[in-house]
Design a protein around this ligand. Structure first.
Ligand code: SF4
Ligand code: SF4
Length: 127
């Protein structure tokens, strides 16, 4: 079992929350993601298991000097967190796709749904 060293990792796991979202499939879904990442400290990504998550990078209110102030009464999600699978730094989170800002989504959508070029009408067609 991995040893949890909050002093070394700056208690990274207490500094964000991630919530699963439905797999985006349509332009409307990606436009919603564009809205998500228009907000500060919000990232949307697809992880190594192809799950989609929205992440809010914001520290827990009970984290003081890298220690949990409510350790005995901490939520189950904190109790069940396994340091073996710990993402002790942002670099360790496997992201297949990551949207950090609106332009990331816009570029992705432009590539996935390229705009068709309009055919120029010839003079004879215009008559
Ligand atoms: S579980 Fe990982 S990220 Fe969280 S405090 Fe322990 S070592 Fe740091
Ligand atoms: S409740 Fe405690 S263990 Fe859970 S995220 Fe907050 S500081 Fe970390």
């Amino acid at each position: 079992m991995a040893i949890c060293r909050a002093d070394k990792c700056n208690a990274f796991c207490c500094r964000y929350i991630s919530v699963h979202i439905d797999t985006p499939r349509s332009k409307v879904d990606f436009d919603e993601i564009r809205w998500f990442v228009s907000h500060e400290n919000v990232v949307v990504y697809k992880d190594e298991e192809n799950d989609w998550l929205v992440e809010f990078v914001t520290p827990c209110k009970f984290l003081k000097n890298n220690k949990c102030e409510i350790y005995e009464a901490r939520p189950d999600v904190c109790r069940e967190y396994d340091p073996d699978g710990c993402a002790d730094s942002e670099k360790n989170i496997e992201m297949k796709i990551a949207f950090k800002k609106p332009t990331d989504v816009e570029k992705f959508v432009a590539k996935r749904w390229p705009k068709k070029k309009k055919k120029k009408r010839s003079l004879s067609e215009k008559k």
